[in-house]
Design a binder for this molecule. Structure first.
Ligand code: NAD
Length: 299
């Protein structure tokens, strides 16, 4: 069996995969590949699948499978799996760090000191304590963000039409049935939905207008969930105080991406799933998915 690792995983993974067969990196040996491992960079398109006639299993080390043409894979009898829970803590920690950067003025203060300034009086701070956080999407990552926000003394609301009320109760989160109602309560909004038809452009001129003036928007989900031009306009008018982003239309974003024009944006280069611990957890899940496929006779 040939396992191809197309994108960067933990350096220990090739060694761990040795028990299953031969391991290759890059896409040069697609024609002989039985199992293809990808993260975000390699898109598993119909064309890629056509170049891999022996392929039986694609594993995405990560949450979404929007980088894989699942329909084309199904048509060819290729099983598609991901590692849905491995990244929850690490993405939640980044979302929380981005959110905390706004009231602490952490990034602006750091930049200011790097420029030789001492803006102790200019950099007025606020607190997360006592503020309301609205989570858009209440899945695995949002649940971890909720726990951290509660530890900081925040009230947590959520909008997620697919989650049972019982789950929100367990998490101590107020689940609201209407997106605008949920957004209107928030001092902070954190996005945790997949990019699907119902979430595309969800944060737009209309939904931004119901938020409290000066709210903070955190996006570690997908760039396509927001309308960038509308977010820029909201930042310029003060409707939004900050937009904190880990996710981009492309990695890296094109220089003309509207969001890059604002100095009210805190940005990181898609680091959400990049922790050492997460890569190790993904590696463990990859091995158990391959083991399961072997047991079921897929490989
Ligand atoms: P999850 O599947 O556990 O949760 C997603 C939630 O979104 C679900 O509860 C679902 O019901 C809800 N949802 C779906 N459509 C909705 C809608 N229209 N309105 C409101 N809620 C809706 O996924 P997760 O592990 O929490 O991850 C969430 C997203 O985070 C992923 O889909 C991915 O896009 C993104 N992500 C980003 C990174 C990163 O590196 N920044 C890493 C992992 C995941």
């Amino acid at each position: 069996m040939l396992i191809t690792i197309a994108d960067p995983f933990d350096p220990s993974l090739p060694g761990k995969l040795g028990e299953f067969g031969e391991v290759a990196t890059g896409l040069d040996r697609l024609a002989e590949t039985d199992v293809l491992l990808v993260r975000s960079k390699t898109k598993v398109t119909r064309e890629v699948l056509e170049k891999a006639p022996k392929l039986k299993l694609v594993i995405r080390g990560g949450v979404g499978i929007d980088t894989i043409d699942v329909k084309a894979a199904e048509e060819r009898g290729v099983r598609v799996r991901n590692t849905p829970k491995a990244s929850s803590i690490t993405v939640a920690e980044l979302a929380f760090a981005l959110m905390l950067a706004a009231p602490t003025r952490l990034i602006e203060a750091h930049i200011s000191m790097c420029q030789g300034k001492w803006e102790k009086n200019e950099l007025k701070r606020t607190e997360l304590f006592g503020k309301t956080l609205t989570l858009v999407g209440l899945g695995n990552i949002a649940a971890e963000v909720a726990k951290r926000a509660q530890a900081f003394g925040m009230t947590v609301c959520a909008y997620d039409p697919h989650v049972p009320a019982r789950r929100a109760e367990e998490l101590g989160v107020t689940l609201l049935g209407d997106l605008k109602e949920a957004l209107s309560r928030a001092d902070y909004v954190s996005l945790h939905v997949p990019l699907v038809e119902s979430t595309k452009n969800l944060i737009n001129k209309e939904t931004l207008s119901v938020m409290k003036k000066g709210a903070v928007l955190v996006n570690t989900a997908r760039a396509g969930v927001i309308v960038a031009e509308d977010v820029l306009e909201a930042l310029e008018s003060g409707q939004l105080a900050y937009y904190c982003a880990d996710v981009w239309p492309t990695d890296p974003p094109s220089p003309d991406y509207p969001i890059l024009k604002s100095n009210r944006v805190f940005m990181v280069p898609h680091l959400g799933a990049n922790s050492k611990e997460n890569l190790l957890r993904i590696g463990e899940e990859v091995c158990s998915i391959i083991r399961e496929a072997q047991k079921e006779g897929v490989l």
